[in-house]
Design a protein around this ligand. Structure first.
Ligand SMILES: [Zn+2]
Ligand SMILES: [Zn+2]
Length: 301
C-alpha cells in the first residue's frame, strides 16, 4: 500500500483577491491552502461569491497545482453557533450556511469554523445548538462536496469544542443522512493550550488522535499546524512559528509521521514576515516557506 501524500500549506494572504492567495501558495510549493471567503470579522450573512471570482480562483489553483479538495475556507471568527441568545444564534446559523454556500461555490474540500461559546455556562445545550446550526447549514446547501468541519478550540472562557467528547457530541447529533458531510479538524496550538501535552512524547500525540477518533468515529479532516505562545493548559489562543513556541518541533514530527496526517490539508496559521504583500505580489511569505521546509524535514525524520 502506498502512503497517502503529505499535503502541507498555509493560510496565505489574499491581498489582491483569493486568486492571489492561490498563486502565493503555488509559488511557495504548497499542496494545501487555507483562505477566507469573506472578511472574517463580519457575519457576511448576505455575502455571496461572484461567478467570475470563482472561475479566477479555480484557474489560479489549477496553475498552482493545488487540488481544490485540498483547500480549506476558514469561517468568520464572530460566528457563535453555541450562543443561548436567540437573535445572535439565528444570525450565526444563517452566516454558517452562507459560509458553506460560498465554500461550495468555490469548490473547496471543506469549511472550518470555531463552534463558539456557551455564554450561560450550559455546555450540553450549547453543543446541541452547534449541531442544530450545522444541520441547518447542510440542509440549506444540499449539493456539493464541501464538508462542514468543526475546529477544536483553545478552551478559553466557555468555548465549546475543546474535548473529543464535545466535538463528537456535535457530530453525533447530526441526522444520519448529513453526518458524512461533516467532520472536524485539529489545531495543535488549541490542543496544547487546552491541556493536551503534544510536546511530551510521540505516545501522547498518538493518544490525542486516538481519543478524537474514538469519540467521533473518524480521523481529522484537516490539521492546523501552529506552535503555541501560551503554556500548556493556558487556554491562550496565540500562535507561534513552528518550533519557536512552547510545543517545539519534535511534536510536529510525531504528528506528521502519523498516517492520519496524510491526505488531508495540513496548514499553518503562524506569524508571517509580511502579512500584507502588495496586491500584485505573488511572492509567498518567507517565514511560511522556511517553516514548510522544516515541517517537511520533520515528517521524514
Ligand atoms: Zn486554527
Ligand atoms: Zn487559533
Amino acid at each position: 500500500m502506498t502512503k497517502k501524500p503529505l499535503l502541507l500549506g498555509a493560510h496565505c494572504a489574499d491581498t489582491g483577491g483569493i486568486p492571489m492567495a492561490a498563486k502565493r501558495a503555488g509559488r511557495g510549493g504548497m499542496q494545501a491552502l487555507q483562505i477566507f471567503s469573506a472578511i472574517p470579522k463580519f457575519y457576511n450573512d448576505k455575502v455571496s461569491v461572484k461567478p467570475d471570482r470563482i472561475a479566477r480562483f479555480q484557474a489560479a489553483l489549477a496553475e498552482a497545482g493545488i487540488d481544490p479538495a485540498h483547500v480549506i475556507v476558514h469561517a468568520g471568527y464572530v460566528l457563535n453557533c453555541a450562543t443561548p441568545d436567540e437573535v445572535k444564534w439565528e444570525r450565526a446559523s444563517v452566516a454558517l450556511a452562507k459560509e458553506l454556500e460560498r465554500s461550495t461555490a468555490l469548490g473547496v474540500g471543506g469549511v472550518c469554523f470555531h463552534p463558539g461559546a456557551a455564554t450561560d455556562g450550559d455546555r450540553d445545550a450549547a453543543i446541541a445548538r452547534v449541531s442544530e446550526a450545522m444541520k441547518r447549514a447542510l440542509l440549506a446547501v444540499p449539493d456539493g462536496s464541501t464538508r462542514l468541519l468543526i475546529e477544536n478550540t483553545a478552551g478559553a472562557g466557555t468555548t465549546v469544542g475543546r474535548t473529543p467528547e464535545e466535538v463528537g457530541g456535535m457530530l453525533s447529533a447530526l441526522p444520519k443522512a448529513l453526518r458524512k458531510r461533516a467532520g472536524y479538524g485539529l489545531d495543535t496550538c488549541h490542543l496544547y493550550a487546552s491541556g493536551y501535552d503534544l510536546a511530551n512524547s510521540r505516545q501522547d500525540v498518538t493518544a490525542v488522535l486516538d481519543a478524537f477518533e474514538a469519540a467521533t468515529g473518524e480521523s481529522p479532516s484537516f490539521l492546523h499546524l501552529n506552535d503555541s505562545e501560551g503554556a500548556l493548559a493556558s487556554n491562550k489562543d496565540r500562535h507561534a512559528r513552528i518550533g519557536r513556541g512552547e510545543i517545539g518541533e519534535d511534536a510536529f514530527g510525531w504528528l506528521l509521521q502519523d498516517e492520519r496526517a496524510r491526505g488531508i490539508p495540513c496548514v499553518m496559521e503562524t506569524p508571517q514576515e509580511n502579512g500584507e504583500p502588495a496586491e500584485d505580489d505573488d511572492t509567498p511569505d518567507r517565514w511560511d516557506v522556511e517553516d514548510l521546509a522544516l515541517l517537511r524535514a520533520l515528517s521524514e525524520r
